[in-house]
Ligand binder design. Sequence first.
Ligand code: AMP
Length: 586
Amino acid sequence: MRKFAETCEQIAGTTKKLVKTALVADYLKSCGVDESAISAVFLSGQPFPVWEETTLQVGGRSLWQIVAELAGKSSSELAGEYRRHGDLGAVAGEVLPKRNGQGLGVLEAESMFRQIAAARGAAAKVGLVRELLSRATPLEAKYIVKIMTGDLRIGLKESLVEEAIGKAYDAAPSDVQRANMLLGDIGETLRFAAARRLGEARMRMFHPLGFMLASPIESAGEGLSYFPEAAVEDKYDGVRAQAHISNGEVKIFSRTRDEITESFPEIPEALAGLRREAILDGEIVAWEYPAEIEMTKEILDGAVSPADRHKAVNLGRARPFSVLQQRLGRKKVSEKMLREIPVAYLVFDVLYADGELTIDCALKKRARILDELLAERDSRPRGYRTIQSQPKLAFEDEQTSVAGSIIRAPVFRAASPEQLDELFLAAQARGNEGLMIKNLDSTYSPGKRGKSWLKMKRELATLDVVVTAVEYGHGKRIKVLSDYTFAVWNGDRLVNIGKAYSGLTDADIREKTQWFLEHTIEDQEFRLIVEPKIVIEVAFNNMMKSERHDSGYALRFPRIVRLRPDKSAEEADTIERVAEIYARQK
Ligand code: AMP
């Protein structure tokens, strides 16, 4: 790890992207392929490749205590160091004692990470982390801790590592990027590049692909300004989900690419009826099935007269996100939960079908493939059927299908801003967040936020921010951490922008209090600095320039709209978006 850590120091020392990629490329070329492949993963700030489910499960607090113990420092001495560096890795590099030994190899570090992930129980994990850090030199430990906390903070994004791989092995950056997108593993991508076989990298079932993301728009006019032909869908307020289906086996992945199949047992059951291998993209929402849906089954079974069939077209509607939240993060879902909070998978895209990757097809074509896939479901054994819906909900072949908990998200068309505004109001009336406006000629770009997908939301001025510090509340909230200070990204640094009393439910606040206590980095008595991992959405009335927070901005009447457990801290908003909102408001 010595060479790795020294390279990281050099990378941190420059802001020039070209110099950063050159440094990484030189480093990668100087190592054997195994070492380079693992280093590529580490350089992306992760102990393991993205697609893997493996996690270390070592809390910030434990790491903090181990560093303090190995350095022979008290917690408050360490807190002083932390205030100077703002990063536990940098603190470790500063305070850990020098060693005479050889230090630690990259392969050894990876093998220790795997042992830590596999260890059961906090004590076993702590023992292994202690061993890992005591074998490393202080500089190596600095970067080991940074990898463990998931961020190197040296201004190196995965896209730069991709560029560096291209440079090191003489490959086109676009080929490296595509292979990494398909494999979800930058280390494996490097191996393909080193063997000059990038073209052979194939998508693998049950390895999640990146999700295509949307850019916010501020008006209906803007919504129709980027492309000539738009598909318009409701923006459902649930969790994004990518479903992989192969031979009756189904796995569902969240936006952070974690597997969430167990939380939604009714969905795999319904999807297993697909006849072809496929990867679908959609949103899981808590769903209110109207009485008519029950009737649909009866109609299809011949129990209801054809005259009543028109009533069966109502698909039901989404319930608020707070309802769905009760079903999130559970390994076992009780019968009662399944009955009281049924969910539906609103499918809006297809990334792979029947041996063919469809991400390079235009949305127009993908929509047709998706309609066909859902229509030909082998539904009989499970009792799921396809029904015709109102033509105005239709996409091209005028069909929207419902099957158990799988629903093809209805697609609309809008030719003018007025029509888009109408659809927006109708979506809100159905209880949805707003609209998604998609370019019918666009391909699916995994992991990219561009102008091919646009989102039009209820609150135009909301920000997704990261909680950086928490305080105890007042009155009945005196025992819970209910006042949150939050931040946005300025480059790779988080800068505070505001503080709000939590508008969350008591149950959420209690649960989060526990989390914050377990993930406190520094206890300032009246206020706890916490690991910057929790993302919340805040709404506000307007924005001011202000010296109160280090972002240089402050929010007027900030209020917490909700938790965003589906977003990682890296996905929070940036200072550029803040500046944009500020400029617009003026
Ligand atoms: P946001 O989370 O505010 O950045 O908005 C983007 C998210 O909206 C996506 O990641 C999806 O989870 C969600 N979403 C809801 N409905 C749709 C839809 N019809 N198409 C695409 N994304 C949707």
